[in-house]
Design a protein around this ligand. Structure first.
Ligand SMILES: [Zn+2]
Length: 184
């Protein structure tokens, strides 16, 4: 599956626009919970809706089946996040879910897993939300400046509170890795 032509560049512009609205410099960390508030989207810990033991049981049945989901309740978007995930993973999940909202993806498809409803999007929309979510957390300019400081993937993940998987994915898919190795 490949993204629509121009989608990556558009994601960088969208990320830059929201960073501007939040008063963030290109190299600042973006807290997706702050962006959610800015967009009028509520972020709710799943542990406040159902017992954490039930979430743990669901995790035993199918690991990583639930990390985050967006619900449309009385015209209000609500992102429910699993408390079982690390801070970095939660940030990726919230940024991904916010991207569905920003891109105006259809929230109507719901599937059930262990009695809990989950929204699923079309595969191309999943890919778009992952791409935009990554751009929001780690825009290309931020990665370039980190690369110029010789920051490692782990250092980028620590500094910007994202998972190392996210840092690596962005580092490799934005062309930053290539550009840095060329100029060194
Ligand atoms: Zn999604």
């Amino acid at each position: 599956m490949t993204l629509k032509h121009g989608f990556k560049a558009q994601s960088e512009r969208t990320a830059s626009k929201f960073r501007g609205e939040l008063g963030l410099a290109a190299s600042d960390a973006l807290d997706p919970r702050v962006l959610a508030e800015h967009l009028g989207v509520a972020v709710v810990d799943a542990g406040s809706l159902i017992a954490v033991e039930e979430l743990e049981e669901l995790e035993r049945i199918q690991a990583y089946s639930f990390s985050a989901a967006t619900f449309d309740i009385s015209a209000r978007k609500i992102i429910v996040v699993s408390p079982l995930r690390s801070r970095g993973r939660q940030n990726s999940d919230i940024a991904h879910e916010l991207s569905h909202v920003i891109l105006d993806h259809d929230l109507s498809e719901v599937r059930e897993l262990a009695g809990m409803p989950f929204r699923t999007c079309k595969p191309e929309e999943e890919e778009e939300a992952t791409a935009l979510g990554g751009a929001l957390l780690l825009p290309r300019d931020l990665l370039m400046s980190a690369a110029r400081r010789n920051a490692t993937i782990e250092q980028i993940a620590d500094q910007y509170l994202v998972t190392s998987e996210m840092a690596r994915y962005r580092y490799n898919t934005t062309g930053v890795a290539k550009q840095v190795s060329r100029t060194r």
